[in-house]
Design a binder for this molecule. Structure first.
Ligand code: HEM
Length: 166
């Protein structure tokens, strides 16, 4: 298989996985949804647990979704490194317009990955609350920008391929 296609497949699968795990953490596995299920189960078992402990259990259960989000983020990093290597090696594609687009895509992706890695590392090292909030804001903005860029790139490729076929 062509190396460029393989890299594109890695990036598309990783982006889909990142969006799906983020959606899962926000909706199906939100702390609120987990606590509803937990309270239901505790009610059936006639067990009473303090709300703060229920919240802690919900946080721990929800963590699994973020673990997967992080692992897929590392797969995305692999795709970004491979596309950078391919871009540097492929001299025919290095005109000014293409270089600017690739530079923007790689910068945005690296900020996204960097913020993700530092947010994840707060489980093991000390990350201040203020820094975490800043990283979260960077994370949100860069993923919105990246998804818009990737979608417009996909639409452009498909429409130019259709034009060539006509
Ligand atoms: C298009 C790609 C991505 C999307 C759509 C995305 C989406 C999100 C969203 C919505 C959040 C929740 C923020 C909040 O709680 O308000 C989040 C948090 C997070 N993301 Fe991403 N992300 C992406 C890429 C990445 C990458 C590449 C990494 C890892 C290198 C990563 C790691 C994390 C981590 C560790 C958190 C924090 C989880 C926590 O609260 O403990 N994300 N992401």
């Amino acid at each position: 298989m062509n190396k460029r296609i393989l890299t594109h497949i890695i990036i598309v699968i990783a982006l889909l996985g990142l969006v799906m795990t983020a959606l899962a953490a926000e909706f199906f596995f939100s702390k609120e949804s987990i606590m509803i299920g937990l309270q239901h189960a505790l009610g059936i078992l006639e067990i009473t647990i303090a709300p703060a402990d229920q919240f802690f259990i919900a946080q721990v259960i929800r963590r699994v979704t973020w673990d997967w989000h992080f692992y897929i983020g590392m797969f995305f990093l692999l795709g970004v490194i491979l596309s950078f290597i391919q871009f540097v090696r492929n001299k025919s594609k290095r005109d000014l317009a293409n270089t600017i687009i690739v530079a923007i895509l790689i910068t945005v992706s690296l900020i996204l990955i960097y913020s993700g890695i530092i947010m994840y590392s707060r489980l093991y090292v000390d990350v201040s609350k203020e820094f975490f909030i800043t990283l979260k804001a960077f994370h949100m903005w860069t993923y919105i920008i990246l998804l818009i860029l990737v979608l417009s790139h996909g639409v452009k490729k498909i429409s130019s391929r259709r034009k060539n076929e006509k």
